[in-house]
Design a protein around this ligand. Sequence first.
Ligand code: RB5
Length: 151
Amino acid sequence: MRLAIGSDHAGYDLKAEVIELFDELGVEYKDMGTYVNESVDYPDFAHRVAHAVSTGEYEKGILICGTGIGMSIAANKIKGIRAALCHDVFSARVTRQHNNSNVLTIGARVIGSDLAIEIIKTWLGADFEGGRHARRVNKITAIEEGEYASE
Ligand code: RB5
């Protein structure tokens, strides 16, 4: 699986831990920054990762900032992106199964790294269930494309 990961300064240390884990597990990823632990603007990295996912260059993306909220708001502005902010394992699993989320966002100032890593492993390991969930995700796409017809 082709995976892109990015963070701002608040997510820098957690991103480094996640990357260490990916290296241990042999997960293929592209680190899209930030590369130095200095103050940066999270939308720059949200755009970089989410754009790469929206074009299909990468299948999934992970974005880490202080709360995960800014990354989520910014990433969801990009067409085709379904970014999910998750701070628990249940949501991480169900957002893959039901929402087919293609970007995961995490707040490094909200949860510890052990839980963040469990969330990432769960999110990466869960599959979209399709069926009635596909109908609902298609409605999200229709809203995005201005083609949604209310019932
Ligand atoms: C940076 O201070 C902080 O605002 C950012 O990491 C994030 O939490 C924004 O949503």
